[in-house]
Ligand binder design. Sequence first.
Ligand code: ATP
Ligand code: MG
Length: 347
Amino acid sequence: MAKFPERVFSGMQPTHTLHLGNYLGAMVNWIAMQETHSCIYCVVDLHAITLFQAPKELVGNIREVTAAYLACGLDPKRSIIFNQSQVHEHAELAWVFNCVARLGWLNRMTQFKEKAGKDRENASVGLYAYPNLMAADILVYKGTHVPVGEDQKQHLELARDIAQKFNNDFADSIRERGHGDSFFPLPEPMIIGPATRVMSLRDGTKKMSKSDPSDYSRISLTDDADSIAQKLRKAKTDAEPLPGEIDGLKNRPEAENLVGIYAALAGTAKDAVLEEFAGAQFSRFKPALSDLAVAKLSPIAEEMRRLKSDPRYIDSVLADGAERASAIAAPIMSDVKDIVGLLRTRL
Ligand code: ATP
Ligand code: MG
């Protein structure tokens, strides 16, 4: 396969304010990748509406998530930051991919099953087709590297399958138009660090999510010191003290989760945390974790408050980002139309 220039793409949904799972599973890697790659970071509002969002809240959440991106350390000069719906090529390519992806592939997606729940007949078509839009988000920029949490691994595999099938189905057209043996790269998931799947504080078998109805299930980036301490104090645990080694966390999902969060916040590994806290009760470990979380998160919350008081600045970042994103996406989408055989007469 042809060598594609490296380009990072990733996004988060403006379904609620960001939480510790978004931060540790994805954001810390987004920030790091700015040093080495050209990066596009998107607020994926078209994904958010796959579940109903109240319009006024959605507008607010798009600005809020953008403020979180900036407060966490994304640099709008170095990276491209924008909201998805302002670059129409995402939706356009998603339609083409709706016609490339197979029903059987989408039927295997576990996120749809979890989010649709028991009342599957009543789920939106958008929720079902979500992974096709996600593939389009990445591939409309020929993105090669996608830093995400562990829950998105299956969707990334699907994006690779879609890219591969497009390259195969249209191989002759791709070659005739001078794109060599493949038009799209096969994007690689980057799932890195000790907290790639942060679990709910209420249930160690469920991932921490923006869309979880319980606010006690997650630590949000906007939580103050008191709420962080209270949520961690109430976090579900078992009665055993912490073990000295990783093996001792087996079948203890809640303990493992808190140790993973501590390790990620401290920038260390789980075994180093266990070395320090071997034999400790949660009554000692939880306050230590609270202090660490407050120290790391409160500067972010403060910067978010500052940014949110200036929505015009936020909007200017999104406008500039959307323009730069369009400049990359438009010619790629135009090539896709030529490859597929969609006649254009208005050029
Ligand atoms: P929603 O419940 O609305 O789906 P979410 O919390 O799952 O929200 P997304 O916007 O879907 O957040 O995902 C944004 C990024 O955060 C993705 O890269 C995803 O893999 C990552 N992520 C989400 N939840 C977690 C988690 N609990 N642990 C680690 N990474 C996570
Ligand atoms: Mg999600």
